[in-house]
Design a protein around this ligand. Structure first.
Ligand SMILES: [Fe+2]
Length: 126
């Protein structure tokens, strides 16, 4: 595989708080720092580089692939925190999860309104 996705910039009103929110919810290692960024490293080596961003933040979509066991833990934390969640990206099914591709999936928002998704099977999985 000649090309791998390596990192992206994640705009946040408070980069430290938003990075911490993500690591706490997903059960990832503590955030690090690199220059002006607060960094979150996922298991497949992608770095999510949070940066303080004044003004309006455009909502982006980020999806995370987990095991079934990790999904249980993440979904429990979503509910413990009383976060809104949906089974679908159009938010027509609040308080539900989906079972696409024989797995489970859920959508919720982070502190800045980025639209996060956790799935246990990649799109198109058979
Ligand atoms: Fe998605």
């Amino acid at each position: 595989m000649p090309v791998e996705f390596n990192h992206t910039i994640w705009h946040a009103r408070d980069s430290r708080a938003s990075a911490r929110f993500l690591t706490d919810i997903l059960g990832l290692p503590e955030p690090g720092t690199f220059g002006p960024f607060v960094t979150v490293l996922t298991s497949n080596g992608v770095s999510l580089d949070f940066i303080d961003s004044p003004g309006t933040i455009s909502s982006r979509h980020f999806a995370f692939l987990t095991t079934e066991g990790e999904f249980d833990e993440i979904f429990a934390r979503i509910r413990e925190r009383g976060l809104q969640y949906w089974a679908d990206p159009a938010r027509m099914q609040p308080g539900e999860i989906n079972h696409h591709f024989g797995g489970r999936g859920v959508y919720f928002e982070d502190l800045d309104g980025h639209f996060l998704e956790v799935i246990t099977r990649p799109y198109g999985a058979k």
